[in-house]
Every structure is written in structure tokens, then in C-alpha cells.
Design a protein around this ligand. Structure first.
Ligand code: 13P
Length: 336
């Protein structure tokens, strides 16, 4: 696949007013989400729930793509239509999570590194055959006393760059996700410093591994106060500091940046994205790739009554897609 083709996919992922729905929870993470609303985490329930999300009427008006998990990309609708086919019919680009999660980083207590490089070339080949057009890898950076270490940042960014190069070799757009967690009582300045160091290291590693920036999407965490920080930054502060950090570190050549929601409320995730876009124009489209902030309202409704609330749950997803689509244009308002 040529760089032009990768670039076309990347651009379509961040088309104006559109973003990504992340439904790539591993079975363990899915169990956590289902447990919280009292749903049993069986393979059939996971399949039925993902079918509800992917078959939401009109989803592609504001959703360009969806990130699936290994189990999900092999699943089908109840009527036998493979999810990937359903997505093609809906006009939604199939993506796949390809990392294998985090493990403790040896010698660095409290820090983790993401695994999944061994055999990745073969797995990517298979996912591309099934129909995936992009792939996601998530690195996790914790903020705490004396962490993150430079070693942890470098190890994670090196792995992100290795995975990104393999994706492009197989004709998949890499969605590189270095998530700086919101957990902790640190203030927004600390989050800024850690995010800046992480993004600097990431783009250095991508260049070293010959990754084509024009065919890459960044999935970023926002620069935000720690969840337990007594002094919470305002929407404007989050937007300004996130933009400053991105402008200081991300090449203008990148086709787009999408944000994760990372535990923010639905409204905060939308308001922050909207505020950033109102401060534009920027060198890249800024959109969303939300998991929880796209799904939690729908999941709650479905959990209360799987049959009776089916349509209402789909309307909740469509509403979140519409609001975040407006925020991607800087045109959202609370009453929208
Ligand atoms: P959240 O938006 O729930 O953080 O999920 C996005 C994601 O894909 C994390 O890897």
C-alpha cells in the first residue's frame, strides 16, 4: 500500500465533524464495565452489546470509524452478517486494538510497559485480511511520586514506534496512543510536563523507526488536572494547555489527532474538545476517539432492560456521536 492510500484512510478517520468510537475493551476491561451495571460478561452478551452499538441507525453521520477487539472483529450480527461487513455497509472504517495490555516494567516500581510486539507482523497481516484499515496500540504513563521515569517513557515510545512501523508495512494506519493517566492529585502543570516529555519522546522514536507521519494518527490524552487534585483546571485552561503542548511537540504533517476520554464525564470530554476547536484553526483536525464518553449512557440503559431499552440505548449512542461531532467542529453547546 502506498503512503497516499494510508494518508487517505487517516484523513477519512478525521473527516470534518466525525470521530471514532472505541469499543475495543479487552474481555477483562469489558467485565469491569459490565460488572458496574450488573451485566454478566459472557461472549454472547459482549457480542450483543457490540451489535447494538455498531448497528445504531445513522451512526456514520458523526462516526468515521470504530476500534474493535480481537474477539469482536471475528463476530457477526445475530443474522450472520460479520461486524466488519456491517461496518462497511454503515460507512464506518474498521480498526483493531493490537497491543496485549500492560505489564509491570521490571526495575521501575509503579510503572508499566505495553506488550504485544512478538508475532505482531503475522497478526496485522490477518487483521488486514479480515478488513481492518487501522490499528491501535495504547501505552500507559502513570503520574506519581518520582514517576514517570525517562526509562518508562522511552520504553513505551520505542514499542509504539516499532508497532507503528509494522502497521504501515502491512497497509494499516497506526493510531498511536500514549495515555498519560488522570489518576492522582497532581495539578495540570505536572500533567503538561509529563505529556510534553512523552510526546517529544514519541515523535523522536517514530522518526527513528522510519514511520511515515503522513500516514499516522495520534490518540492523545488531554492536559488536565489529576482526578484528586483539589484545584481543578477550567475548560478553557484544559483547552489552552492541551493545545500548547500539542503545538510544541506534534509535527504539522500529522493528518489528525483524536482524544481519549480517560475517565472524564461525558460532558467534560465534549466541552474540552469543543473549546479546543473554537480556538482554531490548528495545524491538524482535532477530534475524538472516546470509549467511555461515547458508551456509558447507552450501556446503562441497555443493562436496565436489554430488549425494552434497545432503541433508547441506540439513541443515546447517536446523541453522544452527534454532540462529539459538533465539538469536533467547535459548534457544540450544552443544550445541543
Ligand atoms: P476512553 O475514552 O474510555 O478512555 O477509551 C479510549 C480508549 O481507547 C482507551 O484505550
Amino acid at each position: 500500500m502506498s503512503i497516499e492510500q494510508l494518508q487517505d484512510i487517516a484523513r477519512a478517520m478525521v473527516a470534518p465533524g466525525k470521530g471514532i468510537i472505541a469499543i475495543d475493551e479487552s474481555n477483562a476491561t469489558c467485565k469491569k464495565r459490565f460488572d458496574a451495571v450488573g451485566v454478566e460478561c459472557t461472549e454472547e452478551n459482549r457480542r450483543a452489546y457490540r451489535e447494538l452499538l455498531l448497528s445504531t441507525p445513522g451512526l456514520s453521520e458523526h462516526i468515521s470509524g470504530a476500534i474493535l477487539y480481537d474477539e469482536t472483529i471475528r463476530q457477526s450480527r445475530k443474522d450472520g452478517t460479520p461486524f466488519v461487513k456491517l461496518m462497511e455497509q454503515q460507512g464506518i472504517i474498521p480498526g483493531i486494538k493490537v497491543d496485549k495490555g500492560t505489564v509491570p516494567l521490571a526495575g521501575f516500581p509503579g510503572e508499566v510497559v505495553t506488550e504485544g510486539l512478538d508475532g505482531l507482523r503475522q497478526r496485522l497481516e490477518e487483521y488486514a485480511r479480515i478488513g481492518a484499515k487501522f490499528a491501535k496500540w495504547r501505552a500507559v504513563i502513570h503520574i506519581g511520586e518520582d514517576i514517570p521515569s525517562g526509562t518508562c517513557i522511552e520504553a513505551n515510545c520505542h514499542a509504539l514506534a516499532r508497532y507503528a512501523a509494522l502497521c504501515q508495512e502491512q497497509g494499516l494506519v497506526p493510531m498511536v496512543e500514549p495515555e498519560v493517566l488522570m489518576d492522582g492529585d497532581h495539578d495540570i502543570e505536572v500533567c503538561y510536563d509529563v505529556t510534553e516529555a512523552t510526546l517529544r519522546s514519541l515523535f523522536g522514536a517514530l522518526y527513528e523507526q522510519n514511520v511515515m507521519i503522513e500516514g499516522t494518527i495520534l490518540k492523545a490524552s488531554m492536559v488536565i488536572s489529576g482526578k484528586d487534585c483539589p484545584q481543578q483546571a477550567t475548560v478553557e485552561e484544559v483547552a489552552e494547555m492541551t493545545l500548547r503542548c500539542l503545538k510544541a511537540t506534534v509535527p504539522a504533517l500529522l493528518p489528525g489527532i483524536v482524544f481519549l476520554s480517560g475517565g472524564q464525564s461525558d460532558e467534560a470530554a465534549t466541552a474540552h474538545l469543543d473549546a479546543m476547536n473554537r480556538m482554531g484553526p490548528h495545524p491538524w483536525p482535532l477530534s475524538f476517539s472516546y470509549g467511555r464518553a461515547m458508551q456509558q449512557a447507552a450501556l446503562k440503559l441497555w443493562a436496565q432492560d436489554m430488549t425494552g431499552n434497545y432503541a433508547a440505548a441506540q439513541r443515546a449512542v447517536a446523541q453522544r456521536a452527534r454532540e462529539n461531532g459538533l465539538a469536533a467542529l467547535g459548534k457544540w453547546s450544552k443544550a445541543a
